[in-house]
Design a protein around this ligand. Sequence first.
Ligand code: ADP
Ligand code: MG
Length: 348
Amino acid sequence: IKKVMPIPKAHYGGRHTVTLLPGAGIGPELMGYVKEIFSYAGVPVDFEDIDIDPNADNNDDLEYAITSIRRNGVALKGNIETRSREVGVLSRNVALRNELDLYVNVLHCVSYPGVNSRQKNIDIVIVRQNTEGEYAMLEHESVSGVVESMKVITRSNSERLARYAFEYAKRNGRKKVTTVHKANIMKLSDGLFLETSQRVAKEYPEIVHDNMIIDNTCMQLVSNPHQFDVVLTTNLYGAIVSNVVCGLLGGAGLLSGKNFGDQYTVFEPGTRNTGAKIAGKNIANPIAMLNAAVDMLRHLGHKHHATIIQNAINKTINSGIHTADLGGNANSREVVDSIMKHIKIAVN
Ligand code: ADP
Ligand code: MG
């Protein structure tokens, strides 16, 4: 695998510039909270805001967003709306990940002690293929009433993803990687994914490698999640497994996810929801987007600000100031105000 030099991140006079894609639904209000908290904490980051018009019949906005991320190296993102189900209209979220070759999605799922969740003390890392598999968007109706959808698995993408998972495990003191697949049925495609991970695993003898069928994985996750450490999987299985684990921990409003390629990084809420029904009501949980913003600060090397904001988030959650999705009665504003209060205490 050829190693690509990462492009330098946009950095002027000690400040970073990052691309901000608010997206649709609750995205814009959540980005408003991020900006408010960043400016309150004096974070040296400037945003380049780009709105993508969901109804545009061209991809000019999307192309502009991609150019901006290429320039800045880093983005914070809400979920972008896809206009319709017409054939030929590609998901802009998928197109963006493909164009930037963001081949891995990482979701670190850790329980908050202060959240009343279905399972406690979970610590699972999901490493998901992010650019191919079941999301190839190659579908056609070959004859009326018969639709074919292509699932694309390549050795090169499977290999660099597996390597990412094992390197992650090694760097972070993880003990086990579990490849999740359906190679008993999809013998060629998932077979290649599984075989490749088994080959890469041989280079990491200190890390245990096993594998599990996707359906059994879902059952095991809800009944005995503590057996999992790092989960390595394809695009669609990764989406399902991510949602199962987020559901066990407290839902869509809590965890953040990271999209990596060799050159660019995009941060977003872990389960990538639009939240159209709860938009504009001051009820969305702001935590997932704020966690994504903290991940971004760490990535940029702004450790001090990342720690202050992270601690303020944890104190707020663990003191029981929760939005309705976590069973609480605080609104979005009250959660954000509590975080700002803890930031103020920390910096004084
Ligand atoms: P999608 O965008 O994939 O259609 P939805 O927007 O329907 O997903 O989100 C799935 C569920 O998660 C919905 O019930 C939504 O209200 C809830 N949800 C998503 N994000 C949040 C959030 N930040 N706070 C509270 N609930 C959320
Ligand atoms: Mg959905």
